[in-house]
Each structure stands twice: as C-alpha cells, then as structure tokens.
Design a protein around this ligand. Sequence first.
Ligand code: FO1
Length: 314
Amino acid sequence: MPPAKRETITALAGGVGASKLLLGLHEVIDPRDLTVIVNTGDDITLHGLKISPDLDIVTYTLAGIVDEAKGWGYRDETFHALTRLAAFGRINWFNLGDRDLATHIHRSAMLAEGKSLSDAAESIRVALGVKTSILPMCDESVPTMIDTAEGELHFQEYLVKRRAEPVVRRIRFDGADKARPAKGVLEAIRDADRILICPSNPLISIGPILAVPGIREALRARKERVVAVCPIVGGKSLKGPSDKMLAELGYEPSALGVAKLYVDFSGTFVIDSADKEQANDIRKLGMKVEVVPTVMATRAQKRELARSLVTLKM
Ligand code: FO1
C-alpha cells in the first residue's frame, strides 16, 4: 500500500501565544509540512533598525533559542548595547538584547540593500536552522496604531511602554489598504490541507493579517479547511490584553465573542473545556465546534493540542 499522503498545514500567527502551539505542531508533524503566516503589524523602527517582533518570536521559538520565560528574545540574553544607547539619550523601554540586535541589524541592512522583508525573514530562518516556512503577511510596513484616551499610540508603545493600560477606542492598520500579501501567502492558504488560526489576539495579531487585501477572501474560499483556536478561556486571555481590548471595543470577551469575529472564514472553532457551555451558541452561528484542553503550560500540553488539531475531522 502506498504511504498515506502527508498533510500540509498553514498557520496564521501572532507572537508569544501562537508560538506555543507552533512549537507543539513542529514536534508532531514534519516541520517542512508547516507554513506560518506571521503578523507584522507589531513591527517598529527603533534606533534606525527595523524590528519585527512576531517574525522573530516565531523564528526563535522554532529554532529553540527563545527565552521561554518571556516568550520573546534570546535565552540568556545580555543588554549592554541598550545601556549604551540609553546613555546617548535613546529610548530603552523596548528591550533589545545584544544577540537580538544582530537580527535587527541584518534585517535592516538587507532592506537598505533593496531586499524585501520576506527575503530578510527567509535569510534569518535559514541561518537559524528552522525548516518551517515563515512568511510575513506582507512586505510593506503596516503599523498597528491604537487610538486611546491618551491619543494614538504605536502598538508597541501601547503594549510595552504603557503596559496596555490606556483605554482603547479604535485600532487602525496604517497603510493596510495598499499592502499586498507577501510572496507565497495566498498560495499557502490555497494549497494547504488544513489552515489553523493560532490562539493569538484576534484584534491585533490575527486582525492585521486579515486586513491585508486578499487574505480574508482567500480564507473564505477555504472555509471548510480553516480551524481557529480560541485565545480566550473562561472570559480571560491566554496571553496578553485580548480580553481587555475586546471589552473596550464593545466585543464580548468570550469564546462566543471571538467566534463571531471568525465566522465568515472559519469552518471549525476550537474552544477549551472550560467554555463547553458556549458550544451550542457557537454551533448556531454555523461553525463546527471542538472542545479540547487549549491551555498550553507544558511541552506535553502544546503537543497534545497540536495533535488534536492535526487529527480533528473537518
Ligand atoms: N515585550 C515586552 O513586554 N517588553 C519588551 O521590552 C519587549 C522587547 C522585545 C524585543 C524584541 C522582540 O522581538 C520582542 C519584544 N517584546 C517585548 C515582545 C513584543 O513586544 C510583543 O510581545 C509582540 O509584539 C506581541 O506579539
């Protein structure tokens, strides 16, 4: 009998929350069968360097070099350069480590040499020995801007400098209307056997990817193959300020609330056992619902959720 055809998987991802699941997937399938489309709305230019936090978080995680306690940056990192930069009066609220800076210098140099963000992401992936394809959502700069009671802030200013404290009034993906999906993004959605929406913030991690013209439509065309994992469990975010942001923008911070944001392009919605009473209301939206443990504190839990997602019937 010929061997069963291996499934290919495309995942849409933000940073820290998504990486836990990606690590699990990486361990239960052949990493070459996985393609990750990554949010770049968090990208920021600091000290003249282009920083792409979510691309780096995903790449460092899959390379096994990430600081697992923080979920970003290198493990055992030092911050000597940042201290010197601060001595020159430069901002130091965004913690760029010494090893991490090499990534940003390399990426910025490639861009200055006329290469694209995709080229830089590919170069970093290959150099770090990651076999999974990692694609930015687009090559253009599309910064996520958060309109707050304190005025409009870049997403990193809102999240890191202001610790997600200001009340959010509106979110804007600056320049998204003129962006185009990066090379390989639409093909990865069109050709995958299974498309996973990672348990990332629906508004500021998955939202920017969906705002790139053509991506949401491509997902809608594959709706029956799209499986979304809910990032809210028991009304609380698995990671970061999703719950607070959803509530402030008038969305329900619950599994049902997130399901409503994804219903047009996602055929299956995966919720945690803690939210099982919401399964019927989500089914009424027209989605299939899977109830499994989605909290990933341990390596085994990451693998377990990954295994449920790659085996579930769509
Ligand atoms: N997050 C923080 O909370 N504080 C930081 O100083 C910080 C620095 C940083 C540097 C490089 C990088 O790739 C990520 C970094 N992050 C930091 C994480 C990042 O702000 C967010 O977690 C993501 O943008 C959201 O996915």
